[in-house]
Design a protein around this ligand. Structure first.
Ligand SMILES: [Zn+2]
Length: 420
C-alpha cells in the first residue's frame, strides 16, 4: 500500500451496500424491514456484528456506561481531539434497514477507505453507535447521546422502563454492559452524521446530497375547550355552548398564520377529540393539538405567538372556557459553520447535486451539537418514507453520501499530504 492523494480517496459502495443488507438480516421482518428495538438481543447482535467489522479494520472498541459504543481509529497524534461520526443501530418495531444504520456503516466505510489508502490522519477518528436513539421501547428518544452530552442524568436513563417493566439498567446489565465503565466525554474536534432524509424534498428536487444547516424549532400545544352537552335536535343553534365553534373559527386563522411565515413553516392539527363523541350530542368538551415548526427563530416565535393569540381570541369570541397549553418543545439547532462548510466543500469537490436544508426530525446530532461542533449530511430515501419497513434508498446515493462524509472528515481530521 502507498499513500494516495487524499482528495482522490473514495469509499467502496458495494461493500457499504452489502453490509447494510447483512445488518438488515438481524431482526429482519417478513415485510423486508427490521425490528431491532433498543437493548434487545437483536440490537446487541447488530452491535456485535459492527464491532467485529470495526476490529477487523484495526479499530479499538469501547462501550460506555450507558451503552454507547465507540470504534476508534488512532490518529498520528493520538492525543488530539477526535473527529467523530456515527448514528444508531436500533430501529422502530417496524423500522427500515437504513435509518441510523447507514450513518454507522458509512462511518466504518470511511475508516476502511483510509486504511486501504494508507492515510494516517493527525486526529483520531471515531464511529459512535448511540444507544436507544429511537425511544420506542424505552420512552426517551436519543437517550445515549443525551447522557453523553450531559443533557440527561444517567440515573434517569437507567430508570426508564419498557412496557414489560424491564429497566434500561437491567437490560444493560443483562447484555453485559459494564455500568462502572467511564461515562466521560472524550474531547471532540468535530462530529458529522450522515442519515437518510426521512422526508421527500431531496428526491423531489432530484438532489443527491442535503447539506444540513440545522434542525428546526418544534413546539406542541394542547387546546381544551369547554362547552355544554346538549341534544342535537331540540337545542336551537343560538342556545348552544358548542366548543367546535372555537375550532371552526381558529382553523382558518391558524393556517393563514402558517402561510404568512413562508414555505418552511409547519403547522399540524394532528389530534381532534370530542367528548362524549356522539353524533347526536353537542360536545361538552373539545381537545385538539397544534404542532408548530420553523427553522427561523424569529419566524417561529412570531408563529407561536399568533397561534396562541388566535386560539385565545376564538375562545373569547365564542364566550367559552378553555385554554391553550404548551406541552412539548425542542429548541432548534444551528449546526457549526465549520462543519457545514466542510460538508459543503466536500459535496462541491465531488460534483454532487446538493442543496442546503434543515432537518425536520430530531437526531443524535442535536444532542452532540449542544457540546461539540456538529454537522449533518442527508441523502434521499424512496418516497421520503422512514420509520417504515418499506424504507429504501439507492446504492448510488448512499455511496455519494459516504464519499461526502469521507472527504469532509478528512478535511476536519487535518490530513496533511506528504506528512506520512
Ligand atoms: Zn435515525
Amino acid at each position: 500500500m502507498h499513500n494516495h492523494d487524499p482528495a482522490g480517496v473514495r469509499v467502496n459502495g458495494t461493500r457499504l451496500w452489502s453490509r447494510l443488507m447483512a445488518m438488515g438480516q438481524i431482526g429482519a421482518t417478513v415485510n423486508g424491514g427490521c425490528n431491532r428495538q433498543a437493548l434487545t438481543d437483536g440490537d446487541f447482535e447488530g452491535r456485535e456484528l459492527f464491532s467485529r467489522w470495526a476490529k477487523a479494520a484495526g479499530c479499538t472498541v469501547r462501550v460506555d456506561a450507558i451503552g454507547n459504543l465507540f470504534a476508534r481509529r488512532p490518529g498520528r497524534r493520538d492525543g488530539l481531539p477526535v473527529v467523530m461520526t456515527g448514528s444508531h443501530l436500533d430501529t422502530q418495531p417496524t423500522g427500515g434497514k437504513f435509518d441510523g444504520v447507514y450513518g454507522v456503516l458509512a462511518g466504518l466505510e470511511v475508516i476502511e477507505s483510509l486504511n486501504e489508502h494508507a492515510i494516517a490522519t493527525p486526529h483520531p477518528i471515531e464511529v459512535g453507535v448511540w444507544c436507544n436513539e429511537e425511544g420506542c421501547r424505552f420512552p426517551m428518544a436519543m437517550m445515549g447521546s443525551a447522557v453523553w452530552a450531559g443533557r440527561l442524568p444517567v440515573e434517569r436513563a437507567y430508570a426508564l422502563t419498557d412496557r414489560g417493566g424491564s429497566s434500561v439498567r437491567q437490560e444493560l446489565e443483562r447484555l453485559g454492559v459494564d455500568l462502572q465503565a467511564p461515562l466521560s466525554r472524550q474531547p471532540v474536534k468535530a462530529a458529522l452524521e450522515v442519515h437518510i432524509e426521512q422526508g421527500p424534498v431531496l428526491e423531489q428536487q432530484s438532489k443527491s446530497i442535503g447539506i444540513v444547516t440545522g434542525v428546526q424549532h418544534m413546539r406542541r400545544y394542547e387546546v381544551t375547550v369547554l362547552g355544554q352537552e346538549a341534544h342535537a335536535g331540540p337545542t336551537p343553534m343560538d342556545m348552544r355552548r358548542d366548543p367546535i365553534r372555537v375550532l371552526a373559527e381558529a382553523l382558518p386563522a391558524l393556517y393563514a398564520a402558517a402561510a404568512k411565515r413562508g414555505p418552511q413553516a409547519r403547522l399540524t392539527v394532528g389530534c381532534i377529540e370530542t367528548l362524549p363523541g356522539s353524533p347526536n350530542t353537542v360536545p361538552g368538551r373539545l381537545r385538539f393539538t397544534v404542532d408548530v415548526r420553523h427553522p427561523d427563530g424569529a419566524q417561529y416565535a412570531a408563529l407561536c405567538g399568533e397561534v396562541e393569540q388566535v386560539v385565545e381570541s376564538a375562545l373569547k369570541g365564542q364566550a367559552l372556557g378553555g385554554e391553550i397549553r404548551r406541552v412539548w418543545e425542542a429548541p432548534g439547532v444551528v449546526f457549526d459553520p465549520q462543519c457545514v462548510t466542510a460538508v459543503r466543500r466536500a459535496a462541491a469537490a465531488l460534483h454532487c447535486d446538493a442543496i442546503e436544508m434543515v432537518s425536520g426530525a430530531g437526531h443524535d446530532s442535536c444532542n452532540l451539537a449542544a457540546v461539540v461542533p456538529t454537522g449533518m449530511i442527508f441523502v434521499p430515501c424512496a418516497g421520503g418514507l422512514s420509520h417504515n419497513e418499506a424504507e429504501s434508498a439507492l446504492p448510488r446515493d448512499l455511496e455519494a453520501g459516504a464519499n461526502v462524509l469521507l472527504q469532509a472528515m478528512l478535511s476536519l481530521a487535518d490530513q496533511e499530504p506528504g506528512e506520512l
